[in-house]
Design a protein around this ligand. Structure first.
Ligand code: IPT
Length: 990
């Protein structure tokens, strides 16, 4: 008794798929408020609801487009309308697991089903009409005026019916099932969101209208000639006035043109006119080729600076307004992103139209993912089962047919994470036949037999380097012919740099490799946006809801949050870093200023090159560099505008900024920058001191001759500072009351520290070995006239490992200098569990300061947070931020707000003396109103409360970020070496 929604057929009664087009045919938007009733099974509300006599006055109002799980309406159990967010009936998030039993194509009887009704008026002069749904999740059956039109699956793809509308009122009835056979082909890592979530339109059809058209607009880079042919299903005339073209459809015109590219998105408007319709054409001339293993557009190699983009909005899910699409594109362009992989389905067609206009290279991916068949060892994977062949091909056809006229689309992706199977050969064959102008991509089949690209996700830097050089190890079990072919393919990094939580690290490292090897044609960061929903606690406190906020199994938890922008599109620090790694212009300021243009097509004539010298945060001198336009792929040097050698701590910045307002940013928007910094100002060296030599291991410091051991319970004054004789911690510095430092080794784990489960979950090693349960012991406090030496041991409870330390203080004018030495002692393994190595996330000093501090000013990287493997996107100079502004509100609290390469820091407030820290030479700092233990414990940002103190970390070093939440382990060079470490700082208070 399987129903149509459990059929491996893709649908019934639909029109043939065709190009998305703007024309003079009248369009009646059927978006708006529909009548809606939710039922627990696929039987819905019964059979009567399709009829005109049916009384739907008791039904709920439901906006179309929307996902019903995000709206307010009468719940199944009755009662007043409410939202299902946060309940198991509402939005569910899974990564790979199906939320239904793996029993394809059948689904459970429990199958929430929404019945929709709409009455709409059709003008009397319409001859006939087509009814179009741009997207319904996951299966829809449609009736018009009580007559069944058919049904369809394929959530992110359009389907159309011939609609026998009548003048005046018409009744549309749609039944939508949450689960269907289609569900098995739509296991993307995202929320399950049923409903009519894209536009519904009624399109007028006159006799002689154009069913479909295909724009072929080729560009020959050697001759500069464009070749245009527009195929149409009806007799029609092609006109492009700007090019002087007027010819019948099907004929070819050759004319000199400016080509289309993402950085110079030249479009020619034209029309295609038949007896019954005028279709608007937006023509971009370009040629996509793979030559000698190099991916090229218009005869030049193309390297994608890309991101994977899901459609997401924190209130409306995958229903996006045009304004939101533009917001995405503008944010991307401003961050130097020039390519999008539409992971993992065709986006709303308007998005691609906008990509044509604003200029983004696009890999359009078919709505196909069967990831959850991994739970069956891929034994019954649909692409490997002939019964599904038609349903899978249907998706590819609808993808290619809809988007074939978009110049921005340069690659067709057959799908994501769907194992292997014969279906892919069919998809490849059909796609090549239908559109020989674009290469095809499929990543998951290691033979790459059906792909024009060799491709992987999340390789390590080492592997990428090997691939770049063509020296990668061969995949296992691949026959020789396939393997020989694969070696000749360009390499496309479809996913890398997992941007979950704080991160990703190593973006610059990936791009150093990318730039060095022509075989590598770029990559797409995973991913553009966090998929979190706006929610409120019972008390009304707003927070971002993720997968773990819904009681349901299976659930993918916090993994829905791995974006470069937060759910509300606020850029993360990761995006700041990406903007630098993706900058298409490089500016190196050394003995000269070296400017290189790595854009694909455009020269630099749209940019103004300005420079400024800053001393102590103020612009001392500035000007504009005279730079001739640099052609794409070329570079030049200009003389340095300023000599830094006489101005310690000065910073020379050269920027490339938009000279005029553009479509995606105003004049002055900075595309690229480079800096040179002068040597630091050296704080006065401390006076000759009788302090003991500091080179002996902290664990074996011998008492020097003239030591006075201080009596416990008293205070010891050294210069401007007063110490507690028992703990050796500072109590006062000038007029400032403080406590500390404690030797600090802990950070609140980031998502990347949690890794991907047991193998690389270094946070679980920390948890098991008490990294957050540090205890401190002072072993000796010795003082001379102007020095104090404190030794001790800091270690977790229960475990034998730890550090032994020495803090050596010396009076230093109005301040005090501190040299700290740390020795790692004990095994540093997670005995008795897995004998894993315990990494050290930080080696530093923690101070507890009065809560009166509210602002920080520093010389270092800024203004945003920086870590050793994510800092190049932040300039050096003097920055000022409030303590609140130093925090990054990750929706799941975790380590944040660090600043590396700090030369000095000043904290100030209303009722506290200023505190100044000078590095010798540099340090990391974080300052927050809670401790890193509070940060670790909090599940949501609002759980972090002001402790009444400011907790200041002055660290020698903190571990980098990496992207191990999916991806390689943090490279060794970004870890904190577990070796004897000595560093110095100077503190003063005025
Ligand atoms: C990869 C998926 O394609 C993507 O949708 C996302 O889930 C990403 O992982 C991780 O966030 S697949 C995985 C096997 C690397």
């Amino acid at each position: 008794m399987a129903g149509y929604w459990e059929s491996t057929a893709p649908g019934r009664g639909r029109r043939a798929p065709r190009a998305e087009a703007v024309s003079d045919a009248r369009v009646l938007s059927l978006n708006g408020s529909w009548r809606f009733r939710l039922s627990p099974t696929a039987a819905g509300s019964g059979e009567e609801f399709v009829g005109e006599d049916f009384d739907d006055s008791g039904w709920d109002a439901m906006p179309v487009p929307s996902h019903w799980v995000l709206e307010e309406f009468t719940p199944l159990a009755g009662g007043p309308p409410r939202s299902m967010r946060g309940t198991a009936e509402g939005p569910l998030y899974t990564n790979t697991a199906y939320p239904i039993p793996l029993d394809a194509p059948r689904v459970s009887t429990e199958n929430p089903t929404g019945d929709y009704r709409l009455v709409f008026d059709v003008p009397a002069d319409w001859e006939s009409a087509v009814l179009r749904f741009q997207g319904v999740d996951s299966c829809a059956k449609v009736w018009l005026n009580g007559v069944e039109l058919g049904w369809s699956m394929g959530s992110r793809l359009p389907f159309e019916f011939d609609a026998a509308v009548v003048p005046g009122p018409n009744l549309l009835a749609v039944r939508v099932h949450r689960w269907s056979a289609g569900t098995y082909l739509e296991d993307q890592d995202m929320w399950w969101l049923p409903g009519i979530f894209r536009d519904v339109e009624l399109i007028e059809r006159r006799a002689g209208a154009i069913d479909d058209h295909f724009v072929h607009a080729d560009f020959d880079a050697r001759t500069g000639m464009g070749a245009l042919r527009v195929d149409a299903t009806a007799e029609a005339i092609v006109e492009v006035p700007e090019l002087g073209i007027r010819m019948p459809a099907g004929e070819t015109a050759r004319v000199p043109v400016e080509p289309w590219s993402a950085d110079a998105p030249r479009l020619y408007s034209g029309t295609l006119t038949s007896a019954g319709e005028v279709v608007q054409l937006a023509i971009g001339f370009r040629r996509v080729e793979i030559r000698d293993g190099v991916f090229e557009v218009n005869g030049r190699p193309l390297t994608f600076r890309g991101v994977n983009r899901h459609e997401h909005h924190p209130d409306t899910g995958r229903t996006l307004s045009r304004a939101t699409m533009i917001e995405d594109i503008v944010l991307m362009k401003r961050a130097n992103i020039d390519a999008v992989r539409t992971s993992h389905y065709p986006p709303h067609p308007e998005f691609l139209r906008l990509c044509d206009e604003y200029g983004l290279w696009v890999v359009v991916e078919c709505d196909l993912e069967t990831h959850g068949f991994i739970y069956d060892g891929w034994a019954t994977n649909p692409p490997d089962d002939p019964a599904w062949r038609e349903a899978i091909l249907d998706r590819m056809r609808r993808t290619v047919e809809r988007d074939k006229n978009r110049p921005s689309v340069v690659i067709w992706s057959l799908g994501n994470e769907s194992g292997t199977g014969e279906a892919f050969a069919g998809l490849e064959r059909w796609t090549r036949e239908r559109d020989p102008s674009r290469p095809v991509l499929y990543e998951r089949d290691p033979s790459y037999r059906n792909s024009d690209f060799y491709s992987l996700m999340y390789p390590s830097l080492e592997l990428l380097e090997h691939i770049g050089r063509g020296e990668e190890p061969a995949p296992e079990g691949i026959d020789e012919t396939d393997e020989a072919r694969r070696r000749g393919l360009p390499f496309l990094l479809i996913e890398y740099a997992h941007a979950m939580g704080n991160g990703p690290g190593s973006l610059q490292d990936y791009w150093a490799i990318m730039d060095a090897h022509p075989r590598l044609c770029g990559g797409f960061v995973w991913e553009w946006i966090d998929h979190g929903f706006s929610a409120r606690t019972a008390e009304g406190v707003p927070f971002i809801m993720h997968g773990d906020d819904v009681e349901y199994e299976p659930r993918g938890g916090r993994f829905s949050l791995h974006g470069l922008v937060f759910s509300d599109r606020t850029p993360t620090p990761g995006l700041v870093e990406l903007a630098k790694a993706y900058a298409p212009i490089s500016i190196r300021v050394g003995a000269e200023v070296e400017i290189a243009n790595a854009r694909h097509s455009a020269d630099t004539s749209d940019l103004a090159f300005r420079w400024a010298v800053e001393i102590d945060g103020r612009v001392a001198e500035s000007g504009t560099l005279a730079v001739e336009p640099v052609p794409a792929g070329a570079s030049l040097t200009v003389p340095l505008p300023f000599d830094l050698s006489a101005s310690p701590d000065a910073v020379l910045t050269v920027e490339a900024a938009l000279a005029a307002d553009g479509s995606w940013a105003p004049a002055g928007h900075v595309v690229a920058w480079g800096q040179a910094v002068a040597e630091p100002v050296r704080a006065s060296t401390s006076p000759a001191s009788t302090a003991p030599a500091s080179t002996a291991p902290a664990s074996a410091v011998s008492a020097p001759g003239e030591t006075a051991r201080a009596p416990a319970g008293t205070d010891i004054a050294i210069g401007a500072a007063v110490f507690d004789a028992t703990t050796g911690r500072m109590r006062r510095l000038g007029a400032l009351e403080l406590d500390g430092p404690w030797l600090d080794l802990h950070r609140a784990p980031t998502e990347n520290d949690h890794g991907q489960g047991d193998l690389n979950d270094i946070a679980s090693v920390w948890r098991k070995t008490g990294a957050d349960r540090l205890r401190h012991r002072t072993d000796s406090v010795d003082a001379g006239a102007d020095w104090l030496r404190v030794t001790g041991r800091t270690a977790p409870t229960s475990h034998p490992h730890g550090v032994e330390w020495q803090m050596l203080w010396r009076a230093d004018g109005d301040g005090i200098a501190l040299e700290t030495t740390v020795d790692f002692v004990g095994p540093w393994r997670d005995t008795p569990y897995m004998h894993r190595d315990i990494w050290v996330p930080r080696v530093g000093l923690l101070f507890s300061l009065p809560g009166g501090y509210d602002a920080a000013r520093w010389w270092g990287r800024g203004p945003g947070e920086t870590y050793v493997d994510s800092c190049e996107g932040s300039r050096r100079g003097v920055f000022a931020r409030t303590i609140e502004e130093l925090q990054v509100d990750y929706p799941v609290p975790q380590e944040n707000g660090n600043h590396i390469e700090t030369r000095w820091l000043e904290l100030s407030g209303s009722w506290v003396p200023n505190l100044r820290v000078d590095g010798r030479p540099e340090f990391d700092f974080t300052a927050r109103r809670w401790t890193s233990f509070d940060l670790q414990r909090a599940a949501k940002p609002h759980e972090l409360v002001d402790t009444g103190r400011v907790w200041l970390n002055i660290d020698h070093r903190q571990q980098g970020l990496g992207s191990a939440s999916v991806g390689p382990a943090l490279p060794e060079r970004y870890r904190v070496p577990r070796e004897r470490t000595t560093w110095s700082v100077r503190l003063s208070s005025v």
